[in-house]
Design a binder for this molecule. Sequence first.
Ligand code: FAD
Length: 622
Amino acid sequence: MMNEQHYQVIVVGGGHAGTEAALAAARSGARTLLLTHNIETLGQMSCNPAIGGIGKGHLVKEIDALGGEMGRAADRAGIQFRRLNASKGPAVRATRCQADRQIYRQAIRHRLENQPNLTLFQQAVDDLIVEGERVTGVVTQMGLRFSADSVVLTVGTFLGGRIHIGLSNYQGGRAGDPPANALAKRLRERPFRVERLKTGTPPRIDGRSIDYSQLQEQPGDDPIPAFSFMSDGREHPRQISCHITHTSERAHDIIRAGLDRSPLYSGMIEGTGPRYCPSIEDKVVRFADRTSHQIFIEPEGLETHEVYPNGISTSLPFDVQQAMVQAIPGFEKAHITRPGYAIEYDFFDPRDLRASLETRFIKGLFFAGQINGTTGYEEAAAQGLIAGLNAARLARGEAAWSPRRDEAYIGVLIDDLITRGTLEPYRMFTSRAEYRLLLREDNADLRLTETGYRMGLVDAPRYTTFNEKRESIEREQQRLHELWVRPGTENAQQLAETGGEILTSEQRIDDLLRRPQLDYATLMELEGVGPGETGAIAEQVEIQAKYHGYIERQRDEIARQQRNEHKALPDNFDYRKVRGLSSEVREKLLAAQPETLGQAARIPGVTPAAISLLLVYLKKTG
Ligand code: FAD
């Protein structure tokens, strides 16, 4: 056996949570070890080859603003980019890309291999070493022991993983990978609340067997959007199109006839699946009146013929999958390269975590990613970054940091998980955030990069670029504030002609920019005003001016709420001491042990009246 080696942080699992966790810990200066089953699968996308989308794109931008890798890797691997909701308000605009799986993995691995302070080692972890109430290391399958100040577990769908195709099932972490059964068994002996969830994936198809003439083409956007604030627009590879088809009534009949051999409908799967990403058999049963469902045919990469038919995730028996696929227009001769399947796995109730993502029961042990009940690469990566950072901060004796709900979707995600828990795989949506207008994709850097730099997550070149951008925005805002248009001048005449704006008194340019009918480009046409800024700076000046009123109102509301939001509640607080609380509320608070009054208020069933009672009690005893 090797001598026990000591690290400040050990991260277990090299998926999306694990890689961001290891990178964040190492970036912030901690000596870090990433232990994973297989170095070849670092950064592997278990399901669809896509990054971003509504809510998820926001997370990617925030990860990027904090120096994380997901956005940069997606920029390098993205083969079809789109800006979703481009014609809607800036709060819901979101970036999404179809990614070449192989290039994405390579980009992540390259970054990991070149990250100072980070060591990679290929081994399954079978057990945690726990002394008293503190984790002190891990034991691998070969019996190697590694000690650490903090351990981050990011083992995805692998804990007690069971793969289902029709009525047959077997143990696995995802298709082609072993499950982590030894670790699952050891964790079940600890006081965590463990539940089962399930998720699924569609069969993959050889693109050469598809008749594309029957499909609708969906090209990407031009100019090509990017995720990273550090993008120079030149890192994208060759761009290709996606395609669209639909299921048919015949395909639905085939699915219905196969339901008696579906593990979902024969009761073999007990875990709850993702509501917003249901299997095709689920859709056919739940929306019985629909005669077709849309399918996006997404390329898996530039150097492969395999495609991912997004929309027909299934765990039906293989013969049913084959017949169903061949009943879809364009797929009549389709050759399936990999069957679809569902996987059931253990997850831990995230209400047993702190906002730092440290577990409440074992000090120094952090959980991130799918094991906390979430679904999606972006949700996993976001948690990984925060858990890795806080694992490193704990190792150095520093206070934890997690963004607030009004600072980042990452804050919304973590706060939702730890205060409300989840009964089904949790995915991010913009509707989950109450301060949507503040949490835009376009300003993720302005919200987070300064803090990221202070935490050691953001390097000097990014910080310099960020500061230049921030200063340019402020300079331009100041300039527009000092420029005027007066009635009767040539500029006023031009405004009336091009923008329909009749001036009756002199106006500052920044005030004019707030008018819905005038945009930045129009104002820059005025004599003595243009040429102004371009790109992200012009966009930022425009958005901040246009939404000034709404943004200020949200800021006021946040300021009001924050007075109580951060009022700390003592550890292991005995809520029986607070007079007037109903027994239901008391039990909920005792079980959840929220860290702040704000968290307490978001626990389902805890009423505003209960919060007032707590506030009175804290003031009296405080
Ligand atoms: P993973 O990406 O699963 O990574 C876990 C890593 O830990 C792996 O590298 C594994 O090898 C390693 N590991 C596990 N156990 C050990 C151990 N004991 N020792 C060492 N290493 C270990 N998301 C969606 O948003 N939409 C979908 O439709 C969707 N469908 C999915 C379908 C399937 C079949 C699967 C498997 C996943 C699906 N997902 C989907 C989920 C998505 O893949 C995950 O949310 C995301 O990958 C989670 O990231 P993670 O880092 O938590 O875990």
